[in-house]
Ligand binder design. Structure first.
Ligand SMILES: Nc1ncnc2c1ncn2[C@@H]1O[C@H](COP(=O)(O)OP(=O)(O)OP(=O)(O)O)[C@@H](O)[C@H]1O
Length: 608
């Protein structure tokens, strides 16, 4: 066996080795019953071929008057009984397959979703991750079950072939060897075709993702406004069409090659069948065998060739599917976030302070660090404002501080424990966050706030209190079903909210969570001035007795912070209180004054 074939075989064996144990764990009895039925059904054609021989011979005898006419009828009746048994067993096995399929599909999708929820956040920023995920999830459940169907088809065909071969041993060994040898080209050709299709799919993954993205731009709500205002639809449609036809052209090329190769091999099979038939005729003639033998062997011949072709085709399909399923298992091998389950739990509250020492972080694939050698300290119960121009590294710093990015250099210590030595789940239990890109949960208002702490999600009084603090209560009371109103466009009977209202719900989540570490990354970007002022007025309610990280471009709001950290191109350039930084006359003062200037100009313009 050459290297390429052993590689194919290894792949097939390795995939079977992963899929079968999974199936056995999910539904051992169902699987066993289906396999048993397939094996019984597999022997029926050989039995029918034998009965055909008997019925043909007894019909020939009845026609010459040497046997009663009822003899062939008995044999024909038995053939019909076998057909009925086959139909009944196949129906039972089909229904069992539906049951098995549901369990199997559920398990594969559950594994995929569980993995995606536990991999490092950083992977979500990498194209490679999306390509692997796209390949892993592309109809994974359907494909997974298809593998099982193919295994069962191959098993059934092999048993049917075994039955035929037992019958043929009585006739000619040479014919058996010729039949097996004649199948090898068919098998190789189908494997090759499977390989062509797989590599095409693999190569096209990024283009297919682009296609899907463009189609979503054209059809989904998030881009609908800009598409109309900037009249972008024709350009996107053209790009979508270009990608569509690029992929289609490549697929056509592979299909053309596959069809012509397949036709060639079908031609070869026709020629070999003719040769086998002539040989059978010659054997029957020279050994003076009965007409029934000739008819039965001829039927076995064409059935054997069809079954062998089926095995070859199923094997090639299996190989193609195996290569795709392999992507699923590759994805399942992705290393998960460090959970530090064996490490001590977080104390629940910062008792002394947090130290950031020489913290650096570089995004994968990037040559420039997003954070470069940053050091500062935060005391207990302090509010720290992190400011800086766009792209300075504020969000990245926050993600490191709360352990969402784990692959940083340097250290972050909470009291005297390194963040990397704290049990992650216990730490996250105490973090409340409003991220810049907070989520719009398409569900009820109650859930949108309650997701801040799912363990207390049924505590409506606490949810209402959180909504009161975040400024959401007022608009919630005006909603048709108050806290039970379904929100988020695109679902039946759901009401869409304004961006500011969504942000108030996100703030409500943070209030409801009541963690001792609070992250507010642009928490008021979409709030109206009155709500924003109110939020900062009652800021102590959110931050009292806690450590709060606040990112805001509205520098006026940073005055409530005990400490301000100024970032520039990933480096910490200044830190201190508002007054200290104003006195320093550096980056912060310049930013603050350029913003204040605008308000002053506005005031003088109004006064004029
Ligand atoms: N996923 C990513 N992959 C590579 N580089 C990234 C990624 N996310 C951010 N960056 C880069 O890291 C730097 C810091 O980004 P970050 O989002 O932390 O800035 P920021 O100060 O929060 O900006 P803004 O004020 O615009 O929100 C930027 O140069 C940005 O281009």
């Amino acid at each position: 066996m050459n290297g390429a074939s052993s590689g194919k075989l290894n792949l097939i064996i390795s995939v079977i080795g992963k899929i079968l144990p999974l199936l056995i764990r999910i539904a051992p009895f169902l699987l066993a019953a289906i396999v048993l039925i397939k094996i019984i059904v597999a022997f029926i054609p050989a039995g029918q071929a034998f009965l055909l021989l008997k019925s043909t011979d007894s019909a020939a005898a009845a026609l010459t008057g040497s046997a009663p006419w009822i003899d062939p009828v008995k044999w024909l009746l038995l053939i019909a009984v076998l057909s009925a048994v086959r139909i009944g067993l196949e129906a039972v096995s089909e229904y069992m397959s539906v049951l098995l399929k549901q369990r199997f599909e559920y398990r594969l999708e559950e594994m995929l979703a569980h993995k995606a929820a536990n991999i490092p956040l950083i992977l979500f920023d990498q194209a490679d991750y999306y390509d692997t995920l796209q390949r892993a999830k592309s109809n994974i459940s359907v494909r997974g079950f298809r593998l099982l169907e193919l295994i069962l088809t191959i098993v059934e065909c092999l048993f049917t072939l075994a039955g035929y071969i037992v019958l043929l041993t009585q006739f000619s060994w040479l014919l058996i060897i010729a039949l097996i040898a004649g199948t090898i080209p068919t098998l190789l050709v189908h494997l090759k075709i499977g390989e062509w299709n797989f590599w095409l799919q693999r190569y096209q993954t990024p283009y297919v993702r682009r296609l899907v993205y463009l189609f979503e731009l054209l059809t989904q709500r998030f881009a609908a406004k800009e598409l109309r205002i900037y009249r972008l639809a024709p350009a996107f449609l053209k790009e979508w069409g270009d990608y569509y036809w690029k992929n289609a052209r490549e697929q056509r090329k592979v299909d053309k090659k596959s069809i012509s190769t397949r036709s060639g091999i079908d031609g070869w099979n026709t020629v070999t069948l003719l040769a086998y038939s002539v040989y059978v005729l010659w054997v029957c003639f020279s050994r003076k065998l009965s007409l029934g033998t000739f008819v039965a062997v001829s039927q076995i011949l064409s059935s054997t060739q069809a079954q062998m072709k089926n095995v070859a085709y199923s094997l090639s399909q299996f190989y193609e599917e195996s290569m795709i399923i392999q992507e699923f298992f590759t994805f399942m091998d992705t290393e998960e976030e460090h959970k530090n389950e064996d490490k001590p739990a977080f104390t629940g509250k910062v008792q002394e302070g947090i130290s950031v020492n020489n913290l650096s972080f570089t995004y994968p694939g990037s040559t420039k660090p997003a954070l470069n050698n940053i050091s500062f300290r935060i005391n207990k119960n302090e509010t720290v404002a992190i400011v800086g121009e766009n792209g300075a590294g504020k969000s990245t710093l926050i993600h490191c501080l709360i352990g969402l990015h784990q692959s940083y250099e340097g250290s972050i210590t909470y009291d005297h424990t390194d963040l990397k030595d704290i049990n992650v789940a216990s730490f996250r239990n105490h973090v409340s966050a409003v991220f810049q890109d907070y989520v719009h949960y398409h569900g009820s208002v109650k859930e949108n706030i309650g997701f801040g702490n799912v363990e207390r999600i049924d505590n409506l009084a606490a949810i209402e209190a959180a909504a009161g603090l975040s400024g959401a209560a007022e608009f919630i009371d005006r909603l048709p079903n108050s806290y039970n109103t379904q929100v988020g466009a695109g679902f039946q009977n759901a009401q869409e909210l304004s961006i500011g209202q969504w942000q108030k719900l996100a703030l409500g989540r943070a209030y409801f969570n009541d963690g001792s570490i609070v992250v507010l990354d642009e928490p008021t970007a979409s709030l109206d001035p009155t709500t924003e002022s109110e939020l900062y007025r009652q800021f102590h309610q959110l931050s009292e007795g806690k450590v709060t990280f606040l990112v805001s471009h509205r520098l006026g709001s940073c005055r409530i912070a005990d400490r301000i950290v100024v970032l520039k191109q990933g480096e910490l350039v200044e830190q201190g209180t508002h007054d200290e930084l104003m006195k320093l006359g550096g980056e912060y003062k310049q930013m603050y004054e350029s913003q204040a200037e605008w308000y002053l100009q506005e005031a003088s313009y109004k006064g004029a």
